[in-house]
Design a protein around this ligand. Structure first.
Ligand SMILES: NC(=O)c1ccc[n+]([C@@H]2O[C@H](COP(=O)([O-])OP(=O)(O)OC[C@H]3O[C@@H](n4cnc5c(N)ncnc54)[C@H](O)[C@@H]3O)[C@@H](O)[C@H]2O)c1
Length: 357
């Protein structure tokens, strides 16, 4: 069992161990001593696989477990589904001393966290992330929310979980496409903070059965923990977690969020921004090639010839990382060391090499 504590405004523990989801009852009862009920939120893929284990564990600890299941997929991440969660909790007379459990990928975690942040002006919740992306990224850090038709994650709240239980065994049922998608974020952590992690991913191909899986998840979460502790509300250092994301988001948007996954788009974004930084002499030559090789090893694409750079640059105009007339690009001063590099708006096209594509 690996364990760490995230020292945010409300500190919480993260446990990483195969099979640890069965401990949710005992740990939940200890954390929420007055709780009588828990709402287990899950989706239509994860629920049939794992909800019974979580419900049984809660029941054994003397907590009434109520299950709420929604259709799997990003299309469910909206206020209408949140309203259904509120309705179930109101009908079952949940009180503020009860709690919620997010059992699933990033969609489930973001929605459960948002429902917890807002119902009765704030309730506690536990994250049991079941996708690789959720285990290494979205379950930690307290960003919760939903999409609007006008854009992703436009409504939300910072609300830290009270506990995160990462059970790597769940990845054995995750479709390979989503495992590869999560590897995009794992590779990102190596790029921004740990050349050793990057190299270990190169030496031996990580799979759900790999003996190093827990260690790799631990290292990724630990990097996120440190960054989040320094910048809980995303006003500075947390920006480095967005390496590859500025152009990645632009690519996703230009594809209307269809046909290309988040991890795939971020991988291409990491290469494009690193190639540009290499041309300016800001990143050592050969870094983009190393990232490309690693993405290829994990079955992730390394280019998107269907989208012109000029369109990508235009799509970054409303980027959240665009502040004070400059676009804050995250670049690597070396593999394992990310820095924020503000580029004046007027120079973004030249920096990214608009004429190169
Ligand atoms: N809060 C944050 O800091 C943060 C960070 C990154 C991404 N996100 C959000 O996370 C979401 C993407 O997360 P995701 O990729 O996990 O999406 P997801 O929750 O839709 O999960 C991906 C797919 O895998 C299935 N699945 C998950 N775990 C499974 C398992 N163990 N076995 C079988 N199937 C399983 C799901 O049902 C779904 O079909 C996006 O909405 C994104 O905005 C949030």
């Amino acid at each position: 069992m690996m364990e760490m504590t995230v020292r945010t405004s409300a500190p919480y523990s993260i446990y990483i161990a195969r099979g640890c989801m069965d401990e949710v009852g005992a740990r939940g009862a200890a954390l929420f001593p007055k709780a009588k009920k828990a709402l287990v939120v899950t989706d239509s893929h994860v629920g049939p696989l794992y909800a019974h284990r979580v419900m049984d564990s809660l029941k054994k600890a003397g907590i009434e477990a109520v299950n709420f299941q929604f259709p799997a997929g990003e299309a469910s991440k909206r206020l209408a589904v949140i309203e259904k969660i509120y309705t179930v909790m109101a009908e079952k007379q949940f009180s503020r001393t009860d709690f919620l459990v997010a059992l699933g990928g990033g969609v489930t975690g973001d929605m459960t966290g948002f429902a917890a942040a807002t119902y009765l002006r704030g309730m506690g919740f536990i994250q049991i992330p079941t996708s690789l992306l959720a285990q290494v990224d979205s379950s930690v850090g307290g960003k919760t929310g939903v999409d609007l038709p006008e854009g992703k994650n436009l409504v939300g709240a910072f609300h830290q979980p009270r506990l995160v239980l990462i059970d790597p065994d769940t990845l054995s049922t995750l479709p390979p496409h989503y495992f590869a998608d999560g590897m995009g974020e794992v590779i990102k952590y190596g790029c921004i903070r740990s050349a050793a992690l990057f190299e270990s991913l190169q030496k031996s191909r990580l799979t759900p059965e790999h003996p190093d899986l827990e260690r790799v998840i631990y290292e990724c979460v630990d990097i996120k923990r440190i960054v989040v502790e320094h910048d809980e509300h995303d006003t500075g250092e947390r920006m480095i977690l967005n390496f590859g994301h500025t152009l990645g988001h632009a690519i996703e948007k230009l594809h209307h969020f269809e046909g290309i996954s988040h991890g795939e788009a971020v991988g291409i974004g990491m290469i494009l921004v690193t190639e540009a930084a290499e041309r300016q002499g800001l990143t050592p030559g050969g870094t983009a090639a190393r990232i490309r090789d690693l993405l290829t090893l994990y079955g992730l694409p390394t280019e998107d010839t269907s989208v012109p750079m000029a369109d990508m640059i235009a799509a970054t105009a409303v980027d959240k990382k665009s502040m004070g007339g400059a676009l804050n690009l995250v670049i690597l001063s070396a593999l394992g060391h990310a820095i924020v590099h503000p580029v004046p708006r007027a120079q973004v096209a030249a920096f990214l090499g608009e004429e190169k594509r």
